[in-house]
Design a protein around this ligand. Sequence first.
Ligand code: EPU
Length: 416
Amino acid sequence: MSSFIIQGPQKLKGEISVKGAKNHALKVIAASFLSSDEITIENVPQIEDVNRLLEIIEEAGAKVEKNGSTLKIQCSKLSKRGLSPELVPQLRSSIVLLGPLLARFKEITMPHPGGCQIGKRPIDVFLKGFEAFGVDCKIDNYTYHFKTKGLKGMRFDFPKPTVTGTETLMMAATLAKGKTTLINCAAEPEIPALAEYLNQQGAKIKGAGTHTIEIEGVEKLSAGTCQIIPDRIEAASFAIMAAATDSHIKITDCEPLHSEIPLNTLEDMGVNISWGNDWIEIKGRKKELRPMKITTKEYPGFPTDLQAPIGVLLTQARGTSTVFETIFEDRFMYVDFLKRMGADITRENSQKITIQGPTSLTGKEVESPDLRAGIAMVIAGMTAEGETKIGNIYQIERGYENIQERLNNLGAKIIK
Ligand code: EPU
């Protein structure tokens, strides 16, 4: 397994451009199953999660042409009605293929999606949603069998907002017969971006980006071109990194409006930050960092995907901070590694930690337990005195393109 060795502490300087959003790209790739015509996707991040999803759809018969960050996908001849029992368990987000597949075929099988180490990741809401469409779902031995006479428009109330749940049912509804109304939907920016693209292909979706989405089913979706939106989590992770290392950097090709709460949080902590239409600039800290009470929330709240990075930054603030994780159970797998590096953190329970700061961090041997905890370890390594070795960096490469080279261009010292 590869590792990163980081020499810290290191101040960063210069410009870094943000790549396309992983969590938009994966859904748009899945949506290619909805149409027989060729689709073009631009600004696709070159990351492991995208590679895995492409392998899964190619194995199912999709034709994929890759040219840098542009993909052309054609799904006119899908050969199989089942998804790979070897590949699907490696990628949690392969669940989003379910909507498009069921919209196109009447019978499919799919293994339980895996791949992500964050807490419990059930798919009960997806199953309830598909039952409401008139799909018969059976499970045996970790494999799901779905059968339908054709998806029928329906009304579904999400018991709690789920991002991929909303996207999966929304995609399925585009080809269902009649009208579907989805209530208590998630509203993350990747959802209206997906809806806008599907509408360009002929879908009839209204209300995406709000908590109620209405979809009028259509016969078919045609060819389309999609530009992947900038990754708001990557942009804000870089901003946190600059704050933690007290650096001056400019983050370009981003959409700061999608990260208002995290950026305002940095400002409140005392970070010298400003932003415009498509850039964010951090000029170190105005003063000593202030502690914060962070509670993760659905969009537009503080994103769970920035919980670990901000946890690292809070070790550098004077006083007591708390982090309350409300989206996932036990997303604190990075805490023991940070403590090993010298952080003073108490786990109150599976959803809350208390951080005392500031503490000097020292380089140690740590792991990347999941994608976002992995980038948090990179931030910690760049802040710490001495050498940090991060194992299992596949988890980081799942979602951050060519991160070593891009950060080294800013003056980081990372070797693989
Ligand atoms: N949930 C259920 N049952 C379900 C589905 C979800 O109980 O059938 C629960 C989850 O366990 C969780 C909550 O609902 O407690 C919300 O999870 P959600 O379904 O919104 O998460 P997701 O759609 O699986 C996406 C992102 C995650 C991001 C979350 C929250 C993708 C591919 N993944 O996951 O991104 O953390 O929304 O914003 O879009 C990441 O990029 O590192 C990542 C984990």
